[in-house]
Ligand binder design. Structure first.
Ligand code: SAM
Length: 286
């Protein structure tokens, strides 16, 4: 990268509480030459609050493909640019991807200024297993397409998570309840960091009741998380060699002796060998 080249910063903004904005985000937005905002009018509230006067232009899903090349040319000649979206981390179900991808292919440095992200805030408070997860973004709009997507996720061995709006939350929970067992756990994070923040983890059956009965549960912004299907524990059993050893010992000695010798030979737990020995003895008698 030449010294005269500018940089591209991807900067997270608050998702409700204006105080959730890092010092580095504020400083960088003051320092760059141009801020690309998803909606310049929306961005104004935040920028004015932090007295950021940097020139702001619009970069949204309808112009970003077209605008990316021009912005990259500016960066190459020394202009530094920051991308922000209406809330949270740009590119996470938000604009910015074409510009960031082009920056990479043109050898331009891309730096994140991390901060709020509804997805991560929701997962971290969900009470569901989150060391692995699948993020589905926004769901399809029709009920049948949502149900097919949910069915595809049913055997996912980790938590799955998606964004939902107030317009579809009730229908979405209804669709979920049609494919999940009644006691399957889900978690909803609503209005994170805002006045009416609500974080609930319960069964799909109870969540459906809550969403239908409490109109507040149909207001605001939502992240919905679905726990993985509980792992079915396979009953423990002996392998072929261990079973043959135990059978042979049982033909020569008492159950007690056969089991204690089998423990020494196979290293298998005494309880399992003893239960198997009893089953074998019962089979021989019948
Ligand atoms: N890029 C953003 C982020 O990092 O979270 C997400 C942008 S996406 C266009 C907006 C969706 O994120 C909303 O419809 C909602 O599902 C979720 N969301 C954003 N803010 C939220 C909040 N404060 N509480 C709950 N969900 C929120």
């Amino acid at each position: 990268m030449s010294q005269s080249q500018g940089s591209l910063y991807v900067i997270a903004t608050p998702i409700g509480n204006l105080a959730d904005f890092s010092l580095r985000a504020i400083e960088t937005l003051k320092d760059v030459d141009i801020i690309c905002a998803e909606d310049t009018r929306h961005a104004r509230t935040l920028l004015q609050h932090y007295r950021i006067t940097t020139h702001c232009i619009a970069l949204h899903q309808h112009n970003e493909e077209h605008a990316a090349a021009g912005l990259i040319e500016k960066i190459k000649t020394g202009t530094s640019i920051a991308i922000i979206s209406d809330a949270g981390t740009p590119l996470i179900s938000d604009p910015g991807m074409p510009l960031v991808a082009l920056a990479h292919s043109e050898g331009i440095q891309v730096s994140p200024i991390p901060g709020a992200c509804a997805l991560i805030a929701a997962l971290s408070t969900s009470g569901l297993p989150v060391s692995h997860f699948t993020f589905l973004g926004f769901l399809p709009r029709t009920s049948s397409a949502r149900q097919s997507l949910f069915k595809e996720q049913l055997n996912t061995p980790h938590t799955w998570v998606f964004y939902e709006s107030c317009h579809r939350i009730a229908a979405c929970i209804e669709d979920l309840s049609s494919v999940l067992p009644a006691n399957h756990e889900i978690s909803i994070a609503r209005e994170i960091t805002k006045l009416h923040e609500t974080i609930i983890k319960t069964s799909i059956e109870k969540m459906l009741l809550l969403v239908n009965e409490d109109s507040n549960m149909r207001r605001g912004e939502f992240v919905v998380m679905v726990s993985p299907k509980p792992i079915e524990k396979k009953p423990e059993s002996l392998n072929e060699h261990q079973l043959m050893t135990l059978t042979l010992l049982l033909s020569e000695c008492s159950i007690k002796t056969a089991v204690s010798l089998a423990v020494k030979i196979t290293g298998v737990r005494k309880k399992l060998l003893y239960q198997t020995a009893l089953q074998l003895a019962a089979q021989n008698q019948s």
